[in-house]
Design a protein around this ligand. Structure first.
Ligand code: SAH
Length: 193
């Protein structure tokens, strides 16, 4: 699927409700999701044999993007049942990230809570991923974060930043309540060391 077409399809998904501040629901936009998935394909991590799990999936934009790009299977793990919608070909696990057993997976993709509103909210996401059977893990996080690489290394993974961008943070989370704030984000790619 062409990049522009993928971005368009993803932009048509039901929007993330972004209604629960403590769950840190910063949704990825279609254009950025499509660029990210193109990068994953470019790096050789996604083809028709790849089993994908999206942790903290929201409306599923990242996992559904992988599905549309041809993944073998896609599981969307999300605690907020209001995010769930029907999309043929993907499965949902509505529950905590710790409820996912970490099996039957090749690639994990996630834009987890960053731990800004709720300190260390990202910790269980990272631990679940690094202790799973995945071969490769993609994580979007604030570019200001410095804890990802040391944590990954302590569990035997090595990472590098493969994509950068800017995110619009909803006004409910921003310091300036009147308008959307923009923040720099980085996409990390982790493989076993
Ligand atoms: N991946 C989506 C949503 C990112 S926001 C996107 O990129 O657009 C982070 C998501 O993690 C939110 O949808 C939030 O509800 C979910 N979440 C937060 N804590 C969670 C937990 N403990 N278990 C599962 N999902 C969680």
């Amino acid at each position: 699927m062409r990049l522009r077409h993928l971005a368009m399809e993803l932009s048509k998904l039901p929007p993330h409700p972004q209604h629960d501040v403590k769950l840190e629901q910063y949704a990825t936009e279609g254009d950025f999701a499509a660029r990210w998935i193109a990068e994953i394909i470019q790096l050789g991590d996604l083809d028709d044999s790849t089993r994908v799990v999206d942790l903290g999936a929201g409306n599923g934009i990242l996992g559904i993007g992988c599905h549309l790009a041809g993944a073998a299977s896609t599981l969307l793990v999300e605690i907020d049942s209001d995010c769930q919608h029907d999309f043929t070909g993907v499965e949902w696990l509505i529950g905590d990230v710790n409820d996912w057993p970490g099996e039957d997976v090749d690639l994990i993709i996630m834009n987890p809570p960053w731990g800004v509103q709720t300190p260390k909210a990202d910790r269980s996401f990272l631990e679940v991923a690094f202790n799973s059977q995945a071969k490769v893990i993609y994580v979007l996080h604030s570019s200001r974060s410095t804890h990802l690489e040391p944590l990954a290394e302590s569990i035997g993974w090595a990472g590098e930043i493969v994509l950068k961008g800017a995110f619009r943070i909803p006004a409910t989370y921003a310091h300036h309540q009147s308008q959307n704030d923009v923040t720099e984000v980085s996409v990390w790619r982790f493989v076993r060391d």
